[in-house]
Design a protein around this ligand. Structure first.
Ligand code: KG4
Ligand code: ZN
Length: 392
């Protein structure tokens, strides 16, 4: 089954075609983040306007990438109705993000998907954006293909499932607006274990970056700055291999609230206040900025790692799934992986490649494949405040 996944919850306009919830046939993302970098954060109205401009070209591109990758087509052919018809008949269903997110942005994807579903007489599946982040871990990125699954006699449409997480799975979802820890007993059976009581992890990165005068989105900017500090201060020049990097850096300038509490919750809102006080209105040198960036990153990463390890020990899942935009953070990926190893926890660590951590259409299509519940287009509505375990 080939599903077209559409994602417009924030400042990315994304569409992808995924086969059998695993194989990416196309994955197109247009972002308006550069525009928001100028204002230091997202202006919802502007993001929605940009979504309107991008949605049709992005969907068109994803369909043509999926089914015409081999031969470039002429302009005339691209405009012919026979060509369009051939693309449409190649997909079996449409999946779309219905929340959480910015309502103006969500509506662009939703109304487009509904119109296409009506015109093409195709099933439509509403998808929870946060759940879709988790499902990025089901996508086959080729890393864990066994020799057997690549055997030339294998059936062309046999999906490779070696890479897929096993249930029960524990998922940490860390994005710009949400931070949740959930237990997945099976597809569609999610239990909420804990989450942030105030700011999301990504929000903490973004707000602290702004205080440091770093561009939006703040997570990648802080990560680059922090890496410079770590390399200059803690790493012997000859250590380049990730596994050999020491990671017991003394970076404890900022507090890690709730870290020793017997729950699976976080609180990140105090971090920006602590950073604000530390800066104290001074003009920072590049080195001072890098140090604070490294301290911010370490405080967030430590909090996320400690609670995740505690939850793995308590719930004993077979798989641990890291996901969401903040999962792109190298230090978080590294530290979680190493702690799971050093604590000898019997759990398989999964994390998507960077481009599938941040918002994309492939995760939406994949989530819809494994939770295939089409509904009438008339019943599909935007729900900007949808929670990770919320009813759609
Ligand atoms: O999941 P996502 O792309 O969009 C939402 O659903 O919110 O997450 C965006 C968040 C932003 O807060 C961004 O700063 C953060 O993910 N992010 C990172 C990194 N890349 C993106 N945070 C830390 N390190 C990164 N490398
Ligand atoms: Zn997201």
């Amino acid at each position: 089954m080939k599903i077209l996944g559409i994602e417009t919850s924030c400042d990315e306009t994304a569409a992808a075609v995924v086969e059998d919830g695993s194989k990416i046939l196309s994955n197109v993302v247009a972002t308006s983040s550069e525009m928001h970098a100028k204002t230091g954060g997202i202006i919802p109205e502007q993001a929605a306007r940009q979504q309107v401009k991008s949605i049709i070209p992005v969907i068109e591109q994803s369909l043509s990438d999926a089914f015409n990758s081999k031969s470039p087509i002429s302009k005339r052919k691209a405009q012919s109705s026979a060509y369009h018809q051939s693309l449409i008949t190649s997909i079996n269903a449409i999946a779309v993000t219905v929340g959480p997110g910015l309502v103006g942005s969500l509506l662009v994807g939703i109304e487009t998907a509904k119109s296409l579903s009506y015109l093409w007489k195709m099933p439509i599946i509403p998808v929870n954006h946060m759940v879709a982040h988790i499902y990025a871990n089901w996508i086959d990125t080729g890393k864990s293909r066994t020799k057997n699954s690549e055997h030339k006699n294998a059936l062309p449409h046999t999906p490779n499932t070696n890479h897929q997480p096993l249930f029960p799975a524990l998922a940490l979802v860390v994005s710009g607006g949400h931070t949740d820890l959930v237990l997945l007993k099976n597809h569609g059976h999610l239990e909420w274990i804990g989450g942030t009581r105030d700011d999301a992890a990504g929000e903490a990165f973004d707000k602290c970056a702004r205080l440091l005068g770093l561009p939006y989105p703040g997570g990648p900017a802080i990560s680059v700055c922090a890496e410079k500090f770590i390399i200059q201060n803690f790493l012997p020049a000859d250590i380049t291999h990730q596994e050999l990097r020491p990671d017991n850096f003394q970076l404890d300038m900022f507090p890690r609230p709730l870290i020793n509490k017997d729950n699976f919750d976080w609180s990140f809102s105090g971090l920006k206040t602590a950073v604000f006080r530390k800066i104290g209105g001074k003009k920072l040198t590049a080195k001072e900025k890098q140090r604070i960036a490294a301290e911010v990153q370490e405080a967030i990463v430590d909090s996320l790692v400690e609670k995740s390890i505690k939850a793995i020990i308590k719930f004993k899942p077979k798989s641990f799934l890291l996901s969401g935009g903040v999962a792109a953070n190298k230090r978080l990926r590294e530290k979680l992986k190493k702690r799971i190893k050093s604590e000898r926890l019997r759990v398989k660590f999964h994390v998507p490649p960077i481009d599938l951590c941040t918002d994309n259409g492939a995760s939406i299509a994949t989530a819809a494949f494994f939770n295939f519940r089409p509904i009438s287009w008339k019943k599909i509505v935007a729900d900007s405040g949808l929670t990770i375990i919320g009813e759609i």
